[in-house]
Design a protein around this ligand. Structure first.
Ligand code: EPU
Length: 414
């Protein structure tokens, strides 16, 4: 992708449905009931294609019914095995483990392995399922899980892992008795998933808090779902506005889902307010540097961190960034440094000294958000920034290029 300097940004964009971080989880949860689920507000991203292949591999039938909506039919016999060729392409495949185990009494899912942002272990997923009575063996690159019947349990997570909370929640809904997940992840995507589960007939209380209580039921029924707006995409647009200047309106998202981003951008000198159907933001140049530490929700999400580093690289002053969630997510700063950013990284910390402008360069996207961060930096980098491995960005953003172009950015395929 080629980015040239642009700005100020102006205009209104509708934020996409959160396919990657919410939609994929609900598609996996649809496996819990036999029947047809209609999913809306599910724009296409690369990772969606992988999840649909996983669902087909286990025996579901998928049919597109519109640009951003599809049905998934799980009435047939399921073959509870997720093969390595699919799982290796996308970690969220592991989300089928809980639903398959709960519905079929067994599941065999390939292990996804680490990726460019860190080691990404699954121990909490496994320990929680074992506490519910599952027997797990991890051999030859697969986890084999089986159980006669899952039983409710009290599970304390060592860290509020999003994926572990989702897997345990989607197993507990069909377990016998009560499951309590303590130190549960509180991300809005967990609440979105829970609303879907409850519409299917599950009894889940406390989503959005650190204690989730699930009273297991014998059976769930297929229900429809509409995926929430993508708060990470919204945050990306806000930071683009901070970097390039201007005034933008976002619809289809709630500021309370990215409150800490709003607070930090406010501290940096931007004006950010909720509107009845979204968020309004105005940049007052130049941005002022702040310190940022990533934390589980409602803290500053790790998924915003790369864009925040790009914004700090173009701010007045020095900001210290601490990445607390993934052990290697700051690796991408080397690419920003190729664009002239003044960043010193020490493990989980980066010291970012702001500059008025960067210098366009050929760079490489390490992961979905790092790629977006480079695009944002390119908007205030002299000359041309050409971003290689852009497919990473397309794993999570359905239309980043189109939306940024609508707002006035100069971004085109190279
Ligand atoms: N962890 C463990 N053991 C476990 C589970 C997690 O040690 O059993 C560790 C991980 O290694 C990591 C930390 O806990 O260091 C957080 O992992 P978490 O399980 O919360 O993350 P995830 O479910 O794998 C989702 C999103 C990520 C997002 C994180 C944190 C999806 C598909 N992925 O991953 O999204 O960064 O939660 O909010 O929803 C992105 O969108 O760019 C992205 C990477």
């Amino acid at each position: 992708m080629r980015v040239r300097p642009a700005g100020p940004l102006r205009g209104t964009v509708k934020v996409s449905g959160a396919t990657k971080n919410s939609g994929l989880k609900q598609l996996a949860a649809a496996l819990l009931a036999s029947g047809v689920t209609h999913v809306r507000n599910l724009p296409r991203v690369r990772d969606l294609d992988v999840m649909l292949d996983v669902l087909r591999a286990v025996g579901a039938t998928v049919q597109w019914t519109g640009d951003e909506e599809l049905t998934i039919d799980t009435s047939g016999q399921l073959q509870p095995e997720a093969p390595y060729e699919l799982v290796r392409q996308m970690r969220a495949s592991i989300n089928v483990l809980g639903p398959l185990l709960a519905r079929c009494g067994e599941a065999r899912v390939a292990l996804p392995g680490g990726d460019n942002i860190g080691s990404r272990r699954l121990d909490m997923h496994f320990r929680g399922l074992e506490a519910m009575g599952a027997e797990l063996t991890v051999e030859h690159g697969f986890v084999d899980a089986r159980c006669n019947a899952l039983c409710g349990a009290r599970i304390v997570l060592e860290f509020p892992s999003v994926g572990a909370t989702e897997n345990l929640l989607t197993a507990a809904v069909l377990a016998k008795g009560e499951t309590v997940i303590e130190n549960a992840a509180r991300e809005p995507e967990i609440t979105d998933l829970t609303a879907f589960l409850n519409r299917m007939g599950a009894h889940v209380l406390g989503a959005g808090t650190s204690t989730i209580t699930v009273e297991g039921v014998d059976e769930l029924v297929a229900a429809d779902t509409e995926i929430m707006g993508d708060r990470i995409e919204a945050g990306t647009f806000l930071m683009a506005c901070g970097i390039a200047g201007g005034e933008i309106n976002l619809t289809g998202v709630r500021l309370e889902h990215l409150e800490m981003v709003g607070v930090k951008l406010g501290d940096m000198g931007m004006r950010v307010s909720p509107t009845p159907d979204g968020i309004w933001a105005q940049a007052v140049e130049p941005l002022q540097a702040v310190d940022i530490a990533t934390l589980p929700y409602p803290g500053f999400a790790t998924d915003f961190m790369p864009m925040a580093v790009a914004a700090l690289a173009l701010s007045e002053g020095t900001g210290i960034v601490t990445e607390n969630v993934f052990d290697n997510r700051l690796a991408f700063v080397e690419e920003l440094a190729r664009m002239g950013a003044d960043i010193r990284r020490e493990g989980r910390h980066a010291v970012v000294r702001g500059r008025p402008r960067l210098s366009g360069a050929p760079v490489r996207a390490f992961d979905v958000r790092a790629g977006a961060a480079l695009a944002l930096a390119g908007m205030k980098a002299d000359g041309e920034t050409v971003i290689d491995d852009w497919f990473h960005v397309e794993r999570g953003y359905p239309n980043l290029v189109g939306a940024l172009s609508t707002l006035g950015a100069d971004i085109t395929p190279a």
